[in-house]
Ligand binder design. Structure first.
Ligand code: 1HE
Length: 267
């Protein structure tokens, strides 16, 4: 494995736990965790390295009352970028978020307060999203004279559907609470702390075999981009590798000798 030294990160706070869960916290609460270039580069660094650094699952959180306010509008304003410059910025966002979604390490987003614009683009690249009662989702780009550039046209449209995404951008519509769960913006909503729930889910995911999680957190996303015929072929290849892995033998043996837990309905 390669080393992933928490000390090399500034805008992210990186906190490895003994069980292989790493907590990655956007740490510019005074700027509502707006995504400037340096933060994006740290996300690229972390999520490019994590799959090779024994990171078994990630909780992605935001410090303070808001998860993330999206693109750093002040940096963008001050930089007065050319079209080509901003295209390059967007390509770095895509690099970071693609490494998250396709990297093979489960990423659980713990959301509170504003999850807006690029903040929603970031959250939608996670594999599971958990909200508390303060969380709200929006795409205010339309009102700011901007357009999404961090993958929302793919991932947010995928979560809520094209028509809802267009409405969110045209009218600034905000989704929160149970409605956000029903739309698929989040999979869990808790009355208490979204961080605690996200950590619990990450700990559960970290108990799976890493190769299995790699398949779940990369193959399914890749397959969505394929024709059904190619996806079925790729599924067979992935299952060929994953379902014959040496480390799975003990789990299968435990099922065979009846010592493994059975799947039961919720109480
Ligand atoms: C920021 C940003 C930001 C806050 N860039 N600095 N995103 C948006 O349009 C969301 C813009 N932000 C907001 O609507 C609000 O700030 C919040 C709802 C997130 C939080 O409200 P509030 O009242 O708690 O904070 P605030 O007073 O608005 O902001 C506190 C500070 O954070 C203030 O800085 P200060 O130095 O004056 O104290 C704000 O300037 C700063 N701040 N949000 C920079 N976004 C690849 S394309 C992606 C396209 C987009 O993401 S467009 C952005 C959409």
């Amino acid at each position: 494995p390669v080393t992933l030294d928490p000390a090399r990160f500034t805008n992210l706070r990186i906190d490895p736990h003994d069980d292989g869960v790493w907590v990655v916290t956007l740490n510019r609460p005074h700027k509502r965790n707006a995504l400037d270039i340096d933060t994006i580069e740290e996300l690229v660094d972390f999520f490019s390295t994590a799959p090779r650094a024994d990171v078994r699952a990630v909780v992605l959180a935001g410090a303070g009352d808001h998860f993330c306010a999206g693109l750093d509008l002040i940096e963008h304003h001050d930089a007065d970028r050319s079209p080509a410059d901003f295209m390059q910025v967007c390509l770095r966002w895509h690099e970071a978020f693609n490494k998250m979604e396709y990297g093979g390490v489960p990423v659980i987003a713990a959301l509170q307060g504003a999850v807006v614009g690029g903040g929603l683009e970031l959250a939608s690249a996670a594999h599971i999203r958990v909200i508390d009662n303060s969380a709200y989702f929006a795409l205010p780009e339309g009102q700011r004279g901007l357009f999404t550039g961090g993958g929302a046209t793919i991932r947010v449209a995928d979560l809520v559907g094209k028509a809802r995404m267009i409405d969110m951008m045209l009218t600034g519509r905000v989704y929160q609470g149970q409605e956000a769960v029903e739309l698929g913006l989040a999979q869990y909503r808790v009355d208490g702390s979204s961080f605690d729930k996200a950590l619990e889910l990450a700990q559960q995911a970290a108990c799976n075999l890493p190769l299995t999680n790699f398949a779940i957190c990369s193959a399914i996303s890749h397959m969505q981009n394929m024709s059904a015929l190619d996806a079925a072929y790729a599924e067979a290849v992935v299952a060929g590798v994953v379902n014959t892995q040496h480390d799975a033998r003990a789990r299968l043996a435990a099922f065979a000798d009846k010592s493994a837990a059975r799947v039961r309905p919720n109480k």
